[in-house]
Design a protein around this ligand. Structure first.
Ligand code: CMP
Length: 136
């Protein structure tokens, strides 16, 4: 069944110049791009996106990081898009992400792990509305 997922190339990925590489991997996998935009997040948008982490000790750092430079937000669509992208991304902690995955190839630290991908259909629906209200 076709589904949509919200993907971010976070500010570290934009700074590192791997936006094209990430998009290329998404396309090679067979996922279709539905929306794509360079965005500078307002603090409120970042806090809404990461609301489930609001009580975590790293929340402040996370919001500072994600608002610290432009990011690329995109929506990709295809069969099992959510799981497919999480597999491309690799484990959240780059030291556990296997080589060949985006984080396994490009990242070293959990706080700067290059990409974000929705983790469930419910998260995808919520996150797509935050970054692309017009797709709601
Ligand atoms: P992401 O998939 O964007 O969702 C939540 C983010 O919190 C996660 O990727 C990590 O980048 C970040 N994160 C998780 N744990 C930590 C931590 N211990 N320290 C800093 N950032 C973290």
């Amino acid at each position: 069944m076709s589904e949509r997922t919200l993907i971010l190339v976070k500010p570290d990925g934009v700074r590192r110049g791997v936006v094209g590489e990430v998009i290329s991997r998404i396309e090679r996998k067979g996922l279709k791009l539905v929306a794509l935009e360079l965005q500078n997040l307002a603090r409120e948008t970042a806090e809404a996106h990461y609301a489930e982490h609001a009580d975590k000790p790293f929340f402040g750092e996370l919001v500072e990081f994600i608002t610290g430079g432009p990011l690329v937000a995109l929506v990709a669509e295809g069969p099992n898009a959510i799981k497919a992208f999480r597999q491309l991304a690799g484990a959240t902690n780059p030291v556990e992400a296997v080589p060949g995955s985006i984080r396994g190839d490009f990242a070293l630290e959990i706080g700067e792990n290059i990409v974000h991908g929705s983790d469930s259909p419910e998260s995808a629906e919520r996150e797509i509305k935050i970054f692309f209200p017009e797709l709601g």
